[in-house]
Write a protein of this length. Sequence first.
Length: 323
Amino acid sequence: MKALSFDGALQFVDNYPTPEPNENEALIRVLMAGICGTDREVMKGYREFRGIPGHEFVGVVERVNGSYSGLVGKRVVGEINCGCGLCEYCLKGLEKHCAKRAALGISGKDGVFAEYVTLPLRNLWEVPTHVADEEIVFTEPLAAAFEVMEQVHVLPTDSVLVLGDGTLGLLIAFVLYQAGVQVTVGGKHEVKLGVAARLKIKTKKVEELQKKRAYEIVIEATGAAEGLDEALNLVKPRGTIVLKSTVFDQGEINLSRAVVDEVTLVGSRCGPFAPAIRALADGHINVKPLISAIYPFEEAMLAFDQAEKRKMLKVLFDFGHRR
């Protein structure tokens, strides 16, 4: 099969072995996939991953290795964490914390920048037929945005800052705004901030924030090692910082300010698929303004080059079977 393979360098190959599904797994033909910041960090050495990167996708189940075949021919998205299924975390539905987990295209499992991928059946979600591929492919990052509301109780009086104007930051702002939260997006790029502004979401350039500690909650989605340090400059004493960035370059972090100001730090990553799919299906969250470009998969190397540009939001691969 055709695939993007990473072994210290990214390359497009025509003859990568097609995966075989293990017991109770499905073989999925990928329809569309998206590049995210974590994929770019993988290229820098994050998690020391080798293989096929990519974890945001929509595809069609071609074959199932197991007794349940009801998903064959169905269009699906998939949760990225593959746990052992037996430990205390897996039994609580928290496979993302399983000590033996693999993470699709990130750690221990080939991802979706290929014509085919395998995933456990329990990871798959059938998606509504009326939602286009280029919208439903946002399910995984939108779920990560919904996770913030699952983890942090936001009061009506709270002033909330989303620090970072990339795709994830904007999705988080969309979710908060729909929930009636007083949210501001802080970023560096007028084009990206303009996406939020057109939806009546308040925006500020980073230099306009002036490091004033004005926010009860700061959601750090900068994708940069210095993101936490910036967030500590902006959160109020006894406030909360939600950390969303996964970066290879850790930098130097001085946590004494978090101690002195009694700041709550909340790590946050993967989230619930059900509200994400529902929001896309009902049209409550419009992701189309976040699509900067769609490339045929054969032009994947060019797509990665374009995704590195500051003005770009979501770059998608089209495998030629779009619905």
